[in-house]
Design a protein. Sequence first.
Length: 449
Amino acid sequence: CYFHIPSICALIGETTKKELVESVDRGNDDRKLVDFMRRVNDIYLELKWVTYLSKFGIENMFSRDMLNKFSNASFALAIATNLVFVTGYKYREREECIDVSLRTFRSIYLHPRSSWNQNPELSQYAQEMPCLSPFQNDIVAVLNWLQILVSTSTLILYLVVVSKPKFDLSLTDLSSRSIRMLGFNVPEQDYRLFLMIYRNLGALWFSIADGFPPGLYYMVYALTCFLVQRVYPPLCAFLLLDIVVKSPTTASVLMAVYKPRKQLGYTLILLIFVVYIYAAFYFFSFRLQFTEGAFEDCRSLLECFAATLNYGTRLSGGVGDLFEHSVNTGRSVIDFLFFMTIIVVLLNIVFGIIIDTFAELRMALVDREIATKNFCFICGISSEAFERDAQFKSTKGAINTGWTDHYKKDHNIWNYSAFLIALKEQDKDYDDGIELFVRKCMESEIVDW
């Protein structure tokens, strides 16, 4: 099948191509190809938007490649700022720090209602506070303002490059039928206005909340940069968590906790209930055997439960480390049972669930990488099969067409995407038999073609 490749296909950037290959659903061949067609449709909407931007000569500035560069620059600035923090922040005399701190931050240590360094005995605030040297303070000030500029630019790029096409797509998806399905009883005279408001609000939310990372992430990131500059410098440490967005491996660490959230939730509930049972025994029967420091933490059942949960799950010997060391048959049995049930069994079940899920996600990433490199995206045949076939043909004197020729020429994924985009650019009236068949398959999400 020969077709004219639309000129807008040249605007597809490497970042867009990489994102499609890495994020497409590879559950099975049918789901993979259906998701591929959907993503090509999203790319087409982006290309139409980029074509519009090209009228003003700003298509290179507002592109996914530029968004990726600004995002990486923002992360680099966060690393640089935290390096200055970790090497420069020290507790210094209050008089030494006030002038320096006010040059950059509204330090919480200068505000009596928000300071955490209050001295209850002297009824005044500590005479020392953390601050940087004047030179380091100037460096951080420059880095912070650059961080605010770059993060804000990243947010603007995301809204223009990614959110705008998503907004247009969701406008077409939110129909009047969806309002009827929601059960809203809207008078006919107000129906059009309600439909317009509903569609625009729904499309706006979809455009900033869909995908990973969503637009809301970049909004929170930019806001955090402002808070670092004007309110609370330690918030800068949270900006380093941007690595979760940039690295699939680190994202798997968080997914190892999120994915089994139901199992973890029920296990933690069981742990809390069991700890409460032990806390009740300790409160009613063994309170006087607590050490002097822990004795005050068990004046009520609630306080005793909180102390047992807090210290018992963190101390290596369980809650028994809070008691005076003596041979008491009754308490020794309970201490041993606490250690076995909480420390050995329940906590290790929690850790085991997380570790097993992480291993599963890691293997999924490895399998995905193998499928990407060694299997044809379109037909799903392995590279080994093509190489064996090529060797067999070469012995028969036939043309040697191996794996490289197949995935670069026969089943080139970007040739297929160009054909789908060409159909979207072409008027239906000009379709030939093959093009009309493929167009109907696209509309019905059928991948037989």
